[in-house]
Design a protein around this ligand. Structure first.
Ligand code: ADP
Ligand code: ZN
Length: 757
């Protein structure tokens, strides 16, 4: 046994254990850390081990690295770029629960376990390389029965508290469910827990578990899909020909909403599959893409696999096994899919590339779009970033010639862009003498739509009933006791809620500060929109889609399917509505307050507002029926609003980019945001001051701060920020190496940050 560096997925530096010599980097091992057991990732031999008694590892989990070499390379790159451990990235690519079979036989009759007993790690590594290269078949190596599809029974934990006493078999069931994150398929559960089915009945009677017939949304969609082969128009054909398969290149497919980008992707996929390569297709959110999945399934039957957050542990393992067995040719997934263990990737698509959900707002804070480009480079294949409202980062890269720009300027066939009517809310106020949610113009349009039996979508990008409560007597807003943030009123639940930490309170009668009974709500949210609409249009069928109504698994998909099949007249919601969904009967889009997002103190406020307005407006009239948008605003002259009204991205980019350049913001500089979270504001400031000192003098690096974070206290921790700017990304990388952060300390960092809260 030799000293070996092993990294855990914990805020700890790599540790040194004794492990067999020759154990390759990238295999998982079981180790003891303090009192507990943990999974670790082998980094390599430790040339300079600490002079203490080293513990041996408990066991080797993988015979060789299970991730394909290119994915391992990508993880190594990402770990360096985002300054996080490889072990923190590993779970994004490989589910913890995945185990390979050591008993799997080789052609000569030996098993992998035999090689382990002989300590032949080099031979095992070579076998792994051959397996990844497709030169070695190990048919029983990753063997898991396929358990997906309609008609399966799922067992879930309820939130009923456990009784004081349960039997041993009952405990096994409850523990197995807890380990699996609360839900498992019945068959799988009985397997894992090793008990008979009778135990389930008892637990169900006591209300501790519930059984649900699992509806596989994908299989539903499969039935819905009909493949409509369209003839690509000239622009689409041009875009298709502009993408060279078989070698690396970054392409920006900029096409107005409904211009047929998806058809271009589909044609491209066909070409890539014909070359025997696979496709990684990334989307911002799976729940919003039932149509895409049915189109894909119809065009490429049996070749599509989908990875998403709604899968339970068992299903996730089954998916990765399928990928490693090279079964699907097209893998559709969200952010983490960029690390999916798919081999022979010949094309990467990043649809709606401007979407913020590609960036993780938790450690490790990766940006999947950026990593997709890196992956395409490693795989030597094209990557296509598509959007009707490209991020200014991608647009600028295309302008500078680093990405190849492909444009679709028109909707195909007879579908036309929607007409946009602007309602100046200042005029409405003058006329009505009060603040209204719905202008007379919008009410009229809604009534018309309802009469014609068509659908309308109403956007207000704020959930809850009222944004916050304040006291008229003393002027104080009601704040979360743990965060420097006001509480949002949710009428349906009769609660004031903190949207940051989840704190909840029953709304008080009187102001907690001065005791006056003059509390009032300020700022409407979607819940209030729904209430007012119900009162105004009692016969309308209204569906609200926001984070509050879609938190249950499958509820978003169910809502969208209902809306699509015409069971909904008015869809009310937040930005969730903007994300690439097509409703055939949707002809009216109402935007209640277009300038809501402009007041945010963030240099991307205008860009986000433009994107949201343009994307929502683009939902109108996507099929045979012409669409109309009524946009209410207090600032009709703001460029973001004006360009959205004209649906003119290029004009927006042309006005916004010079601002960014003169103020020194991305895409003209790169950023790293260093954050401190401490028990006191002084400690937070000190930590950043010390960091600043270490960074000062780095050529090309500008440091701004430390300053208080926009939300100065969250979950009882005080927050400060230090912003590092540089014209070259490399300078920021240098800074990371010059002043590495202690893992598990008060400081963290965010490269290419999108959120500054
Ligand atoms: P995008 O991805 O740009 O939003 P889609 O690819 O979903 O747009 O296309 C919008 C609609 O137009 C779809 O219903 C699609 O089938 C249709 N469509 C796309 N290209 C063509 C074409 N060349 N001829 C006819 N219909 C088309
Ligand atoms: Zn809070």
């Amino acid at each position: 046994m030799i000293p070996t560096r092993i990294e855990l997925n914990r805020p700890l530096p790599p540790l040194t254990y004794l492990a067999p010599p020759g154990l390759p980097a990238g295999v998982r091992v079981q180790v003891k850390v303090r009192a507990g057991a943990a999974m670790g990732l082998v980094l390599g031999p430790d040339p300079d081990p600490p002079k203490v008694k080293l513990r041996p590892i408990e066991g080797v989990v993988d015979p060789f690295p299970l991730l394909p070499p290119k994915v391992r390379e990508l993880i190594a790159f990402a770990a360096g770029y985002y300054a996080c451990g490889e072990a923190a990235l590993l779970p994004l690519a490989l589910p913890q629960g995945l185990r390979a079979r050591w008993e799997s036989p080789l052609a000569d009759g030996r098993t992998l376990a035999h090689l382990r007993e002989a300590g032949a790690w080099e031979e095992l590594s070579a076998l792994g390389e051959a397996w990844h290269a497709g030169a070695l078949k190990l048919p029983t190596f990753l063997h898991r029965p396929e358990r997906r599809g309609a008609g399966l029974m799922e067992v879930r934990l309820t939130d009923r508290p456990h009784p004081p006493k349960v039997t041993a078999s009952q405990a096994k069931i409850l523990l197995a469910l807890e380990d699996a994150g609360g839900a498992l398929l019945e068959e799988e559960l009985l397997d894992v827990a090793g008990v008979g089915i009778g135990v389930l009945a008892t637990l169900e009677k006591h209300g501790l578990i519930e059984k649900l017939k699992r509806v596989d949304l994908l299989s539903q969609r499969r039935e819905a899909g009909v493949d409509r082969i369209v003839q690509l128009n000239e622009e689409q054909q041009g875009a298709l020909e502009g993408i060279e398969v078989g070698r690396f290149g970054t392409h920006l497919l900029y096409g107005v909403t409904g211009s047929g980008k998806t058809e271009v992707y589909l044609a491209l996929v066909e070409r890539v599959l014909a070359q025997g390569k696979r496709v990684l297709w990334m989307v911002p959110e799976i729940g919003l893409t039932p149509r895409l999945l049915s189109r894909l399934e119809a065009r490429f039957p049996g070749l599509v696999a989908v990875g998403h957050a709604g899968l339970n542990t068992g299903e996730r393992v089954a998916d990765v096994v399928r990928l490693l067995n090279d079964e699907p040719s097209i893998f559709v997934g969200v952010r983490n899919a960029v690390l999916a263990p798919l081999r022979d990737v010949g094309l990467i698509i990043v649809d709606e590339e401007h979407e913020g959900s590609y960036k993780s707002e938790e450690h490790p804070r990766i940006h999947a779009r950026d990593l997709a480009i890196k992956r395409a480079q490693l795989e030597d294949c094209p990557v296509v970033l598509g959007s009707a409202t490209p991020s200014l980062e991608s647009w600028q890269a295309a302008q500078a010639g680093r990405y190849k720009l492909l444009k679709l300027t028109q909707r195909p066939g007879t579908t036309v862009m929607p007409t946009v009517e602007v309602v100046d809310l200042r005029e409405v106020y003058k006329a009505t003498r009060r603040k209204v949610l719905f202008s007379p113009r919008l009410l009229e349009a809604l009534a018309d739509t309802l009469k014609r039996g068509e659908q309308a979508m109403i956007l207000l990008n704020r959930r809850g009933f009222e944004n916050f409560w304040m006291c008229r007597a003393c002027g104080k807003p009601l704040e979360c006791p743990h965060c420097a943030l006001s509480l949002t009123y949710h009428k349906g639940h009769w609660r004031l809620r903190c949207h940051l930490c989840g704190f909840e309170a029953v709304p008080p009668e009187a102001c907690p500060a001065c005791g006056a009974e003059h509390l009032r709500g300020v700022g409407e949210g979607t819940e209030q929109v729904e209430e007012q609409l119900t009162a105004l249009f009692p016969t309308a069928r209204i569906l609200r889609l926001d984070r509050d109504t879609t938190s249950r698994r499958g509820s978003l998909e169910a809502g969208l399917l209902a809306a699509e099949s015409g069971e909904v007249d008015f869809l009310v919601g937040t930005q969730m509505l903007a994300k690439g969904h097509t409703f055939p009967r949707l002809t009216l889009v109402g935007i209640l307050n277009a300038d809501q997002g402009l007041k945010v103190a963030d240099f991307r406020a205008a860009e986000r507002t433009f994107q949201l307005l343009t994307q929502v407006a683009g939902r109108a009239g996507r099929a045979e029926l012409p669409g109309k948008v009524v946009l209410q605003t207090y600032s009709p002259d703001h460029p973001a609003v004006q360009c959205a009204v004209a649906q003119d991205f290029e004009a927006f980019a042309a006005t916004e980019l010079p601002f960014r350049q003169s103020l020194g913001y991305p895409p003209f500089v790169s950023l790293t945001l260093y954050r401190a979270e401490s028990d006191t504001p002084e400690a937070a400031k000190q930590a950043l001051d010390a960091l600043k000192q270490r960074l000062e003098g780095t050529p090309g690096l500008r440091l701004l701060g430390p300053i208080e974070a926009p939300v100065a206290r969250a979950k009882d921790r005080w927050r400060m920020q230090l912003l590092a700017k540089a014209a070259e990304r490399g300078t920021l990388g240098l800074a990371l190496r010059k002043a590495p952060l202690k893992r598990g300390g008060d400081l963290s960092l965010d490269r290419d940050p999108l959120q500054f809260g």
